[in-house]
Structure formats: C-alpha cells, structure tokens
Design a protein around this ligand. Sequence first.
Ligand code: SF4
Ligand code: SF4
Length: 133
Amino acid sequence: MAPHKIVLRFTPTTSDQPIIYHLVKDYDLVVNIVKAKINPHLEGTMVLDLVGERYEEGIAYLRSQGITVHPLTQEVVRNHDRCTNCGACTGHCPAAALYMERPSMEVQFNGDRCVLCLQCVKVCPVRAMEVRI
Ligand code: SF4
Ligand code: SF4
C-alpha cells in the first residue's frame, strides 16, 4: 500500500491537539512527518506520509477536529525573472525557506524547507512566488 502524501493546515485553535498520537493509536496508521512548522496557539502547516487500512477514517477524524487536509499535489516555486528581492516574503515564511542572504541582500529560497503554507504567494507584490500543480 503506497503512502498518501498530504498537507495539514492548522488554525490557532487546532494547532495544539495530539493528532499524531490519535492517528497512530486510534486508526492504526503509520505516520511519517515530512515537514512541519507549528507553533502552539498559532497557525501551522504539516506535510505527512500516511499509510494504513483506515486512512479514510483518519482523514475524517482530522477534518472533524477542524484541520484542513489536502493531498500534496502542488509545490511552490520562485519566478526569478519577477522577483525584485524586496524581502517582503521573508518575514512571512514560517519555515525560513525564504531568507535574506547577507551581505548580498539577495532573497534565497530553499524549497526543501517549504511547508506549503502559501503565505509568500499571498504577500509577494509582484507575484513571483508561484504554485505549481
Ligand atoms: S509556501 Fe512560501 S511562506 Fe510558506 S513555507 Fe513555503 S516558502 Fe515559506
Ligand atoms: S516578496 Fe516576491 S519579489 Fe519580494 S523577495 Fe519575495 S519573492 Fe521576491
């Protein structure tokens, strides 16, 4: 059985729940946390590999807890031709995937750290951060 790769998005009221414990104990799922950026009482994002016979029940449980669940079918990329290195995105990236390099003051993007929260897509004034499906 191939694992399902999914993205979970948490609100401030859902970010401190022991969901991994429940997925493993109550639904017999095997969970691999690929990436996560969650601060208690803040919004957060987690990328998981999830496998098990009761996968659909586990997903229903997550949604019943107010957690948004999407299949991981997209990635965020930077359009270098558009980016002006303004730095606006760096203060919004919760995973430090976007950061200002010094002393060049060029904005760098480390896609391996990205947790697909899409904050940079919303705040970039020139739409240099793009979603690819
Ligand atoms: S989607 Fe953008 S803001 Fe969110 S983690 Fe990835 S690079 Fe950072
Ligand atoms: S906000 Fe957009 S233009 Fe500014 S540094 Fe980030 S990607 Fe580049």
